[in-house]
Design a protein around this ligand. Structure first.
Ligand SMILES: NC(=O)c1ccc[n+]([C@@H]2O[C@H](COP(=O)([O-])OP(=O)(O)OC[C@H]3O[C@@H](n4cnc5c(N)ncnc54)[C@H](O)[C@@H]3O)[C@@H](O)[C@H]2O)c1
Length: 397
């Protein structure tokens, strides 16, 4: 485990969780005290302050990169060189170009690689993805993914030199990959429109951004990210298709609400802003945020010689989409997503299948009126004329 910060801790909690047989065998931190403390707290047999030593630890077969963004490439390249399987947290890299170098190095060495995008693995998301795959929502038209909180917990996030950007690179990566999963990972993201601004914080990068990723089949993936949001961590997704809709709330309104006078110091949930009054705890954060299902998929895939659901290729695509977001925020125009490596469908299958009402008409819409009759809105196939018709209720026998 490279890194003893917030995500290194969540990953370790998840890997060691309950009666799991998976173990972290060695942990790396620059700081010996921190490394020793972390190893002691989580029952890890050895620790190291040397990156090379940690990566080449003889008992480890997987290297997990849980370090700040600017260190991902160096750590991954070292792991690849050591011939180890490697899993990396989000974002894969600081840019599409850097992600491409990482992807190519891992593939050339033939090592197992996984992109730790936990938010596509939440139990709710996995079930939603299965429903979408099964056709429950018809053709997916629009996804909306939101991650907003009062800002990250460590200095390096706020320094664009070390993080690669602001709220987009930090959280847009989650939202974009959630949208891609629902719309279809084989559907090409074509272009992006993005607004980004620094509304509150004294930083060079954006603390708030909204964006729209247009896909080759006509679907749109909307993301909303903010480091200026007050009231905790707001994690929500919506999926909208021709036959249905899904709404997901992962963190703030999960059906668990508690009132406390604040008579004790206690952790509520990640980025919760208050420990008193009405609070929104999360039953089991590592489950709710997808870490458990993510590591299960990663380790099963590794053992079975398969690809996990999320690979470095996905991390690369996400980085390229974010690059286009940054260009669009500057140019204020739709910007193309530049993907030098594309492995999905080439042709746009933008099939707008219409519903037929009768031989002469397409059905635009039908609605039940308060008096029980049904109204239909039709379009004449030949003339294009739009008309409406109220259908009489059939009398009961
Ligand atoms: N849901 C998620 O998937 C999720 C959530 C949080 C963070 N992350 C990602 O995990 C990574 C780490 O984030 P975090 O929240 O754990 O950050 P953190 O600040 O809590 O921890 C970072 C760790 O890296 C160490 N570190 C910092 N600078 C270093 C340097 N120059 N050399 C060596 N070690 C250094 C720190 O001491 C610490 O152990 C980031 O890439 C972040 O985007 C992912």
């Amino acid at each position: 485990m490279l890194g003893t910060g917030l995500i290194g801790m969540f990953y370790t909690m998840s890997i060691h969780g309950q009666r799991s047989r998976d173990r972290v065998v060695n942990v790396y931190s620059r700081n010996p005290q921190r490394a020793e403390e972390f190893a002691g707290k989580w029952g890890i047999g050895s620790w190291s302050t040397e990156l090379d030593e940690a990566i080449n630890h003889p008992e480890s077969d997987v290297v997990i990169v849980a370090l700040p963004n600017f260190l991902h490439k160096e750590a991954i390249l070292k792991a690849v060189e050591a011939g180890k399987s490697v899993l990396c947290t989000k974002p894969l890299a600081m840019s599409g170009q850097e992600a491409k170098e990482i992807l190519e190095a891992a593939e050339k060495a033939g090592v197992f690689h996984g992109y730790l995008e936990d938010l596509v693995y939440t139990p709710k998301t996995l079930k939603s993805l299965a429903a979408v795959k099964d056709g429950a929502l018809g053709r997916i038209l629009w996804t909306r993914s939101r991650e907003a909180h009062p800002g990250p917990h460590s200095d390096w996030f706020w320094d664009a030199e070390q993080s690669g950007g602001g709220a987009i690179i930090d959280m847009g990566c989650h939202c974009i990959e959630i949208g891609r999963n629902f719309i279809g990972k084989d559907v090409r993201p074509v272009e992006v429109m993005c607004w980004a601004d620094t509304q509150v914080k004294p930083i060079d990068a954006e603390d708030h951004a909204l964006g729209w990723v247009k896909y080759a089949n006509g679907a749109i993936g909307q993301f909303e990210v903010s480091w200026t949001f007050r009231g905790g961590m707001d994690l929500r997704d919506e999926v909208s298709g021709t036959e249905g809709t899904i709404r997901l709330d992962h963190f703030l309104r999960t059906g668990f609400e508690m009132y406390t006078s604040g008579n004790r110091d206690s952790y509520v949930a990640e980025k919760a802003e208050t420990e008193e009054g009405w609070i929104f705890p999360v039953g089991d954060e590592v489950v709710a945020l997808g870490y458990n299902d993510m590591f299960t998929d990663m380790f099963n895939a590794l053992e079975q010689g398969k690809q996990p659901m999320e690979t470095f290729y996905d991390g690369y695509v996400v980085n390229c989409i974010m690059d286009a977001c940054y260009r669009s925020a500057k140019s204020k125009k739709w910007e193309p997503v530049e993907l030098e490596i594309w492995r999905g469908k080439e042709a746009a299958d933008n099939q707008k299948a219409h519903n037929e009402f009768d031989e002469k008409h397409w059905l635009i819409k039908e609605e039940r009126l308060p008096d029980g009759r049904k109204k239909v809105i039709l379009k004449n196939k030949e003339s294009g004329k739009v008309s409406e018709k109220v259908m009489e209720v059939k009398s009961e026998k």
